[in-house]
Write a protein that binds this ligand. Sequence first.
Ligand code: GDP
Ligand code: MN
Length: 377
Amino acid sequence: MDLFEYQGKSLYQSYEISHPKSVLIKNLNDLEKVNTLNYPVVVKAQVQVGGRGKAGGIKVVNNYQELEDSANAIFGMDIKGHKVEILLVEEASEIYEEYYISFTLDRSEKKYLMMLSSKGGMDIEQVAKDTPDDLIKLHISPSEGLIDKDLDNSILNAKLNQEYTVELIQIIKKLFELFVAGDCDLVEVNPLAITSSGVMALDAKVALDMNAKFKHENFQTLEDEIPIPEEEKYAKERGLNFIKLDGSVGIIGNGAGLVMSTLDVVAEHGGNAANFLDIGGGAQSETVSAALEVLETDPNVKSVLINIFGGITRCDLVAEGIVKATKGKNLKWPIVIRLDGTNALEGLDILKNNPNENIFISENMDNAAKLAVESGA
Ligand code: GDP
Ligand code: MN
């Protein structure tokens, strides 16, 4: 689970990783809290996407008036499709040098991977591409941990400022501790900065390994703070497994494997899925009606493909659900249905006895996908 910067920094607090003093702003009335900080301060949009600086989501301000203006401008801003609803305001640092560091898991090596570079503050993918020698990689054995000598060498090879070696070692070790003891999938700091008040982690990109949730009380709290899209919430309450995507063909299927292959077949026919919606095994007719309701909330949907292979799921119950949800209704979009497996014939009979001019039946998955793509074009 990806965290917001401010959440990552709350973990820095627990692991004593030095970072700027800050306050969290959820609405304009909170701005008074900034009085506890020293100007200049940096106003930072809290969105789970990189490149906020370039998008205008980060502003350094010198007084309350400027703070108000910036907060007004940044609140509600759209950064790559993410709406800004929270700001982090922190004391600005006087930056001398910007470095990059990250810890992640290299599954193929069965080791942790530390990446370190003197070229921080910028897009690290670009550094890796243009000047790969400037990105130092160190594999760390989980049983041995971060070995002092290896860390010294990495700092040396990355050409970090030797005057700060002691401080750098200290902060890097704490970041590694957060990564391991904190059960993170990723800890990325860009920039790790040399400032007038020493070495500090100015940014935080942390992802948690949610398989370790049972070990950490704070994981649930952090999860609760992350907003999920309305449709996903609605779907979850109805026991549906729903993920919003950005195409136009709404997909309903039973079983994650079938739904995934349905996405592929739709793509093969030149379409793009609007979502992933798994009604699960043994779905009842209410589940199917709920699934259709979820899709109705998405304005991008232009056609719907219902792909059911009945095992535990009975096709007649699915058909009943479809009829219940659509009977006598003027449908917003064409629905293409493929029913196969348990009670498929009964299901198809139910559909035939309750015709709707916007419902189309297809005997196989390939044709169904083709029809769904074409009818939504
Ligand atoms: P990102 O663009 O989303 O990665 O956001 P960052 O938090 O990494 O900030 C982007 C850039 O803003 C940094 O690389 C710095 O150059 C600048 N920046 C962030 N905080 C400060 C600060 O306290 N003082 C100054 N002068 N610049 C800052
Ligand atoms: Mn950054």
